[in-house]
Design a protein around this ligand. Sequence first.
Ligand code: HEM
Length: 172
Amino acid sequence: MEALSEFLIGLNLGNVVNDNDWVWPVCEIFHFFGMALLIGTVGLLDARILGLGKGIPISSLERLVPWGVAGFVINAVTGFIFIAGNPIGGPMDYLGNLALQIKMILVVIAGLNLLAYYFTGIAKAAVAAGPDDSIMPSAKVVAGISITMWFGVIIFGRLIMYNDTLLLALGL
Ligand code: HEM
């Protein structure tokens, strides 16, 4: 972690954030835009696969997924700026934060789950289903994991600021 922190400090983003007061609030705003795009598209698709909104074809919601990916990219970039450009405690303040570590694990699981959805044929079968059809169990499992992971990302994203409370609650 120390080596990663040193590398991130070397990128000099801390000075950019320090010298430009607008960078941090703008990144916070975009971090919420990204979250809304992701949950508003991928989250919607997950909800439909789990049985909400019968009558809406999965194929229509699938067309929104690229916007969800765009939302994730916005959050990865702004999240990176938060960590590498942290003007107060530097990158280590975040890298050593348990809530952020758990959040990143959930992001990786959500990413692997998305890959499983597209590369195991589950997506193809789900898209082929009619608007009123119920969806096969494997797609529901993937959708359930997806929506749980992204809500977990939001929860632990918010808990970053309450890491001491989290540690206390976990008896750490
Ligand atoms: C690789 C991707 C991501 C990274 C590196 C990242 C990193 C961060 C960091 C460092 C913070 C703390 C910012 C602060 O101190 O105010 C944060 C806050 C947060 N993140 Fe992320 N994030 C990522 C993706 C996401 C995604 C995909 C979501 C939602 C689906 C999300 C939701 C949140 C929320 C709700 C907060 C709390 C914001 C606040 O309290 O003001 N993040 N994130």
